[in-house]
Design a protein around this ligand. Structure first.
Ligand code: ADP
Length: 355
């Protein structure tokens, strides 16, 4: 291991094969160990060519028939590579930890920025809106058609900006009030369906769901997540086709996997990532109302719950939005195996509830 011949080693003290650091390691270990007891010692040696070798030595005491300690039997193995790998691992873990902290700080900064920006933008916007209001009221009948049209444009734009700023504010507020709760997703979904009652009946949407789990989560956010996905599934319906939306969940090893499946217009695969970016939309406002923030809300909410969100879709043939929620913390309740089949071990659940 050290590159010496036996003759070269014989008669030398063990410290001869160590540098200062190795001697320190050995001294610390000798202090802890007692002769006559089995020991495992990790030592640092220097080879004949000056390379560092780490060894693990297991020693077992040898006693004579009278029980007197005679010495030890030692087995030495080279653990240089293992130590090196462990160090690399430690370094990469430390590096990851630093990067995570940096990322957390950046996120906080970004959220702070979005909050302050959107908050402060409201004031000048309010002033613009109120002066346009005054103009329209006090100069009613005194302005020509063109001027009135321009004023309407200003009002419409400021209304839109109000919505954008509110969306941005809401986005920056997601997860601010962090109180984990047990959430029965079956109850949560029925509340969302109740809230969307008008939209659902206006559009004749049929919503079905399988048994959903009880999770640990942030209830306002989970409510919003279901609501956004349901509203989109109804909004992006196919013309003259009854919107059918199926909500289901399966249980994987470390997370719940939810699916919200619709039979709407679908999405081209090339937009699968873009749609989750803030204010990104695939349609203009005259086709479908919206500001393009709903799915970025969903993404932020899901990530807050240690999960991911993604979509599988075929244009013209409906979309399935899937998201996972980490089930690692305590408080998650496994799905009941009921008459409709088990939700465990990745098996799909049959739909059992029609709203
Ligand atoms: P918005 O609904 O305000 O446009 P979102 O962030 O919720 O914003 O959605 C972004 C885009 O993703 C939508 O403009 C739409 O093009 C697409 N999209 C979202 N949900 C669906 C769906 N269920 N079916 C088809 N397209 C969808």
């Amino acid at each position: 291991m050290f590159g010496y011949t036996v003759d070269e080693m014989m008669g030398k003290k063990i410290s001869y094969f160590m540098d200062e650091e190795g001697i320190k390691v050995a001294a610390a270990q000798l202090e802890n160990g007692k002769s006559g007891e089995s020991q495992i010692l990790d030592s640092r040696f220097i080879t004949k060519t000056g390379k560092v070798v780490w060894t693990r030595m297991s020693t077992n005491p040898i006693f004579d028939d009278a029980g007197i300690y005679k010495g030890a039997l030692a087995m030495v193995i080279d653990i240089t590579k293992r130590r090196h790998d462990e160090e690399l691992l430690r370094n990469s873990e430390a590096f990851l930890e630093i990067k995570n902290k940096e990322l957390e700080l950046k996120n906080q900064e970004l959220e702070q920025f979005a909050y302050v920006a959107s908050h402060d933008l409201q004031e000048p916007l309010r002033t613009t809106s109120s002066f346009v209001d005054l103009l329209q009221k006090q100069y009613s009948g005194k302005l020509d058609e063109k001027a009135n049209k321009y004023l309407t444009f200003i009002t419409q734009s400021s209304d839109r900006m109000k919505v954008l700023i509110k969306d941005l504010l809401d986005y920056s507020r997601i997860g601010r009030k962090k109180e984990l709760e047990q959430i029965d997703c079956n109850i949560m979904l029925s509340q969302v369906v109740e809230d969307l009652h008008k939209l659902i009946t206006d559009e004749n949407a049929v919503i079905t769901s399988g048994p959903l789990p009880v999770i640990q989560g942030y209830s306002t956010e989970i409510h919003q997540l279901f609501q956004n996905l349901l509203m989109n599934a109804i909004k992006f319906r196919k013309k003259d086709v009854t919107p059918r939306i199926e909500i289901s969940a399966i249980q994987n090893k470390v997370c719940w996997e939810f699916a919200v499946k619709d039979n709407g217009i679908g999405i081209d695969e090339k937009h699968n990532d873009r749609i989750f970016i803030i204010f990104q939309r695939l349609h203009n406002r005259t086709e479908y109302q919206g500001s393009g923030i709903g799915l970025s809300h969903c993404k932020k909410i899901v990530e807050l719950h240690g999960g991911k969100i993604w979509v599988k879709s075929t244009p013209g043939n409906g979309s399935t939005f899937k998201f996972s929620i980490s089930s690692k913390q305590e408080g998650h309740v496994p799905l009941n195996a009921d008459a409709n089949g088990s939700g465990k071990n990745g098996k799909a659940i049959k739909y059992n509830h029609v709203y």
